[in-house]
Design a protein around this ligand. Structure first.
Ligand code: 3HC
Ligand code: NAI
Length: 692
């Protein structure tokens, strides 16, 4: 018997335990050993019932992702689960930690299910662009009904023990000792006929509830194919024999496995786990910090404070004066109130979190903290003054970070005694929600400071990407190119809504002009003014934002920006169209019609081009980090894998080597995007560059 599955015994109950760290994935070795163990327990006369459990921190995270895309090897999980279900001796599954994907499906094959109070169950395959491939789409509807099953399969959300009991996904919640209670449950089933889900009919759905769920899944799919296949397969549980539908499920699983969408989502899954592993930091020990300081309790400071409080850090929050401090504390409380109103938090948790907050106007209090993050106004003079002050107040070992979006971190480091302890921690708004943090390494930042930034991001359950210093770091630098292309297209005949519709069709949650209206056009305006002094005459510049802001079109908050707003409802503004058309006519640029593909390709090419330069310059070390930034910070659809992965898939295979060669050749990277009509043209251009 392989060591990945062990058998022990409690009297007449055999305990089959999966032990395949770190997450007991159902690899080929586990499937083989599980099948052998179950068959052995069935043939032993002293065994009258079986418990299947998991060792370590989790029952099982499901299919072994490292085997995906390779030819499947026997025994296949659906067959193993069918054998479990057919067992004449009762089989109980004991779930703890997470029972995901194949781990959940093993439980659906068992005759009863018991879970720990903090256990989580789910079929998250859709998040990898897949569907359950071992009977989940057929057994789950039979167990909990088709509506609830479609909800879980199409969203991939995990359910806790209480909900699982309520919807009938588990039979019991263990009070104190999962193993002992699972054995008792198994023993109580001895001698009875065991229920087999595959032989039962799926309970009929309430037609309206089913239609409402189907509509919701269709609406939320937004370009993803796996949720749509989930509708099809769960429907089949109502109309087809189990065996027929299970074969269809298996076929759909492998079709999806080779789809671009699944490849992209698996790329993001592994990128999320790789980003924190940096060989150059392997000898740097992150500091153990439990108390942090934040300066500035505005939009960002208050959100950052909540992110740290939620992760159990003590937070000293400093504001310039008493009234700003009060406003800041109210902002923090407001964020918690919102969580309570939406049912995501109870009052006791809110009180416990706020007990860790120490609001003050005394900068000296920051001396007690291990890391100070500044989130004051985006104004270099204020930030430089602050660095000098911190140099005087803090022990020389205290780490200092800036949340600046665009200002030069090297200049700030110059002002701080001990620049090796200085780094950027660039959070995204709202900081307690957005998963991305750019950890910015300035020229003199120590490996220890970077490693600490990464470790802290992990504690906050955020995804951290290390970036070098440049205007806008990785994300905002690419965003600037994206936005520039949008405005160039306005100058060449496109309208904001055409661009927004095209990009929403590409998979962005919101088009770029609608986003700018939401954030306020004054932000782009201020940045344009700041950059005006350094703009060279040969740089293409479209001053439409200036025109709109100067007419008071500041965006949604003013009721008008690129669009008109009436009670939050957006509509096109003929006056804005007229401004754009007049500007375009006066620009002397040839006018054309843009279709959605033209728009999408041009924008993505600009992002890819800038991404390639960022890599060439060493601002990002690895292409997948750029993908993570765009997916987690800017709403680039994860199912397209981020711009660099997407470019690779659509054919720009040589992009990395080209970026490097070009960057080495002329020292400043390469500039193709402005010349592009679409990606096909870009591909030819890359080929030309390659040939030269
Ligand atoms: N297969 C192989 N390795 C896996 C894995 C899986 N299903 N799930 C996680 N791992 C690995 C991770 O890559 C990571 O490896 P590393 O230490 O080398 O980086 C390690 O396990 C720990 O994972 P996390 O860092 O993600 O640990 P967390 O504690 O934060 O999260 C988790 C644990 C919730 C289980 C999370 O890893 C997760 O969501 N995993 C994916 C679950 C999933 O999608 N399962 C469905 C698979 S498809 C399937 O089951 C097909 C079936 O229907 C036939
Ligand atoms: P904000 O204007 O909402 O808040 C700034 C706060 O800093 C104010 O409450 C102000 O009273 C306080 N402050 C100013 N000087 C101070 C001082 N000397 N001591 C103590 N407090 C002081 O600004 P916001 O939007 O929170 O931005 C803060 C920083 O975060 C900026 O550098 C900005 O570029 C960056 N950022 C902003 C994002 C956003 O979406 N708003 C996103 C990411 C970064």
């Amino acid at each position: 018997m392989s060591e990945v599955v062990r058998i022990s015994r409690e009297g007449e109950v055999a305990i089959v335990e999966i032990d395949n760290p770190p997450v007991n994935a159902t690899s080929q070795a586990v499937r083989r050993a599980l099948l052998d163990a179950v068959q052995r327990a069935q043939s032993e006369s002293e065994t009258r019932a079986i418990v299947i459990a998991g060792a370590g921190r989790t029952f099982t995270a499901g299919g072994d992702i490292s085997e995906f895309g390779k030819p499947p090897r026997e025994p296949h999980l659906p067959d193993v689960i069918n054998r479990i279900e057919e067992s004449g001796k009762p089989i109980v599954v004991a779930w703890h930690g997470t029972a995901l994907g194949g781990g959940c499906e093993i439980g659906l094959g068992a005759h009863k299910r018991i879970i720990t109070k903090d256990g989580l169950i789910g079929l998250p395959e859709v998040k990898l662009g897949l569907l359950p491939g071992a009977g989940g789409t057929q057994r789950l509807p039979r167990l909990i009904g088709p509506v609830a099953a479609l909800d879980l399969i199409a969203t991939g959300r995990m359910v806790g023990a209480e909900e699982a009991l309520r919807i009938g996904l588990v039979d019991a919640i263990a009070e104190t000792d999962l193993r002992r209670e699972a054995v008792a449950l198994a023993r109580s089933l001895i001698g009875q006929m065991q229920p087999r889900l595959s032989l039962q009919a799926t309970p009929a759905a309430e037609p309206e509830a089913w239609q409402a769920m189907v509509d919701r899944v269709n609406r939320e799919a937004k370009g993803r194919i796996a949720p749509l296949r989930a509708i099809e397969l769960v429907s089949q549980s109502l109309t087809l024999a189990f065996g027929v539908a299970q074969a269809n499920e298996r076929r759909a699983f492998f079709e999806l496995m080779s789809s671009d969408q699944s490849l992209a989502l698996r790329h993001i899954f592994s990128a999320e786990r790789e980003t924190g592993k940096r060989p150059e930091l392997s000898s740097a020990r992150p500091r153990d910090i439990s108390h942090i300081g934040i300066i500035g309790a505005g939009t960002m400071g208050s959100g950052i404070a909540v992110a740290f409080l939620d992760a159990g850090f003590r937070v000293t929050l400093v504001e310039a004066d008493e009234s700003a401090l009060q406003a800041g504390v109210e902002r923090v409380s407001g964020l918690y109130q919102r969580s309570i109103r939406s049912g995501r938090m109870d009052d006791a948790t809110r009180v416990a979190r706020l007990a860790l907050l120490n609001p003050t106007t005394e900068m000296a209090k920051l001396a007690e903290t291990g890391l100070v993050i500044e989130a004051v106004f985006e104004d270099m003079a204020i930030k430089l003054e602050l660095m000098k002050q911190l140099g005087r107040l803090l022990p020389a070992s205290t780490l200092v970070a800036s949340n600046t979006s665009y200002l030069d971190l090297e200049q700030m480091a110059d002002a701080l005694p001990g620049p090796e302890r200085f780094l950027g921690l660039h959070f995204f708004s709202p900081a307690h929600v957005m998963k991305l943090v750019e950890v910015v390494r300035a020229r003199r930042t120590s490996p220890e400071a970077v490693a600490t930034g990464l470790a802290i991001a992990r504690k906050l359950k955020k995804i951290a990407v290390v970036t070098g210093v440049c205007e806008g770091f990785i994300g905002n630098r690419i965003l600037a190119k994206f936005r520039a292309q949008c405005e160039f297209m306005l100058e060449e005949g496109a309208l904001p809504r055409e661009i927004d519709i095209a990009m929403e069709g590409f998979g962005l949650a919101m088009g770029p002009f609608a986003v700018q209206d939401l954030a306020g056009l004054d932000i782009a305006y201020a940045r344009r003014k700041r950059l005006a002094a350094t703009r060279t005459p040969d740089e293409r510049d479209v001053p439409l934002v200036d025109r709109l802001v100067e007419e008071g079109r500041l965006g949604q908050k003013a009721g008008r920006g690129w669009y008109l707003y009436d009670n939050g409802k957006r509509s096109a503004d003929p006056a804005v169209d007229a401004i754009i058309r007049m500007h375009a006519a006066g620009s002397g640029r040839p006018q054309r019609n843009f279709n959605a593909a033209d728009i999408q390709n041009r924008i993505v090419a600009a992002m890819v081009n800038e991404g390639a330069k960022i890599l060439g310059e060493g601002i990002a070390a690895r292409a997948f980090e750029i993908d993570l930034v765009l997916v987690h910070g800017y709403g680039f659809p994860a199912w397209r894998g981020g711009p660099m992965h997407y470019a690779d898939r659509v054919g720009l295979k040589n992009i990395l080597s080209i970026a490097k060669t070009a960057a080495m050749r002329d020292g400043k990277g390469f500039e193709v995007a402005p010349l592009l009509e679409d990606l096909a043209q870009s591909q030819r251009r890359f080929a030309d560059l390659d040939a030269n």
